[in-house]
Design a protein around this ligand. Structure first.
Ligand code: KIV
Ligand code: ZN
Length: 406
């Protein structure tokens, strides 16, 4: 059963899962979600308050504007004490890597995140190269990136094998071994097209743990897309099998159907901590609701009402049976407290499916304590109104009180 404490769990370092936020990069790649630099810095500050471990601020080589914005975030947010690590994405191309490093190097903790596709579909259709050529490119460009960071504190290199979910695992193992040898300290396993099933993705991560000889020198990361609605489940399966970084976005925004939603991944680890082998994150979950609203407002990407954790219905109990159960004990229908994500209590919306218990409870909140006969009369009037009106607000209740003479 869910713990009812709001206390932040601190587990062992081995079980800590680093949260890599890519709202400002993959999230901003959502169709129609583009952000101005002034909006990106607001989100970056909020992500720092949320206490993410790593923030991917953009793709510096993609435009001068993106370069400036990543650099501004690296300076203003990444320059603070205890700030998240700041990274910028780049292809395995020297000028891309140069741009990424020039943009992030002002951060106290900087990362170059370089990627190349490793699936045969991408290697053949996009690059017209061989597997060996791609492996050599990956290794050489990680070494190139690594050389740039030498002497810059604990700046590090992350390598992503794009479309890893559809890559031959034996080839993937060889690529990962080569890039770790060249200096990568995080190896990211993207399910770029959201194709894998949780058990399959978990086995892919386990295969990497068991077959890449130098894997102890790197953190395995997941980056799951949501094309089949499995991004959160796949990310958790990855962590259960040894991944210790999860890449995700606020509200799950991102290319096509989006990325794993940070609030879902983190709350699953908080609510089901024991089942998930005591995995934990350092996220300040009380900032989730505010962050979700900010990202939704600035990107104009509406959060669906029934969205897990941050949707407007996520803590709303509608039917009479549920409202009655909730009033007898919150645990009946709530596995986490709204306060844990920064909300001030749950909602019991009144409407056609509401029962006597919820209506009575709302009357008590309005300062009215009806006797049994009064309650019978009031509830009858309430039901008649609710037949014509989907939602009954406090103003409606006050009018009904006058109508039945309470
Ligand atoms: O989905 C993906 O493969 C990516 C990589 C560039 C990390 O976003
Ligand atoms: Zn992606």
């Amino acid at each position: 059963m869910a713990s009812t404490s709001t206390h932040h769990f601190q587990g062992t370092p081995d079980n800590q899962v680093q949260i890599f936020d890519t709202t400002l990069r993959d999230g901003e790649q959502s169709a129609g979600a583009s952000l101005k630099p002034s909006e990106k810095i607001l989100i970056a500050r909020q992500l720092a308050l949320l206490n993410v471990d790593v923030m991917e601020a953009g793709f510096p080589a993609s435009s001068a504007g993106d370069f400036d914005s990543v650099q501004q975030i690296a300076r203003e947010v990444g320059g603070q004490d205890n700030a998240p690590r700041i990274t910028g994405l780049c292809r395995t191309i020297e000028r891309d890597i140069d741009a990424a490093w020039d943009a992030v190097k002002v951060a106290k903790k900087a990362r170059i995140h370089t990627f190349v596709a490793t699936s045969d579909i991408h290697i053949a259709a996009k690059f017209k190269k061989t597997r060996d050529e791609v492996l050599t490119l990956a290794r050489d460009m990680v070494a190139y990136a690594k050389a740039k960071t030498v002497g810059h504190g604990d700046a590090d290199i992350e390598f992503s094998a794009e479309d890893a979910g559809r890559t031959d695992p034996y080839y993937l193992y060889k690529v990962l071994e080569a890039v770790i040898d060249a200096g990568a300290r995080v190896v990211n396993i993207p399910d770029t097209v959201g194709y894998t099933i949780p058990d399959e993705f978990g086995r892919l991560i386990k295969g990497i743990v068991n077959n890449v000889p130098n894997i102890d020198q790197a953190i395995i990361s997941t980056h799951c897309h949501n094309d089949l609605g499995l991004a959160t489940a796949n990310s958790l399966a990855g962590a259960q099998n040894g991944a210790r970084q999860i890449e995700c976005t606020i509200n799950g925004i991102g290319e096509r159907a989006g990325n794993a939603a940070m609030e879902e991944v983190v709350m699953a680890m908080k609510v089901r901590r024991e089942y998930l082998g005591n995995l934990w994150t350092q996220i300040h979950t009380e900032a989730f609701y505010e962050t979700s609203q900010m990202v939704s407002d600035l990107t104009s990407m509406t959060v669906q009402h029934n969205k897990a954790v941050v949707g407007s219905n996520a803590f709303a109990h509608e039917s009479g049976i549920h409202q009655d159960g909730f009033l007898k004990g919150r645990d009946t229908y709530e596995i986490m407290k709204p306060e844990w994500i920064g909300l001030n209590g749950s909602k019991l919306p009144l409407g056609p499916r509401s029962g006597r218990a919820a209506v009575r409870s709302r009357l008590l909140q309005l300062g009215v304590t009806p006797n049994d006969d009064g309650m019978v009369a009031f509830f009858e009037a309430f039901k008649t109104l609710a037949d014509h009106q989907k939602r009954i607000e406090d103003e409606d209740l006050k009018k009904l009180l006058v109508q039945v003479g309470l």
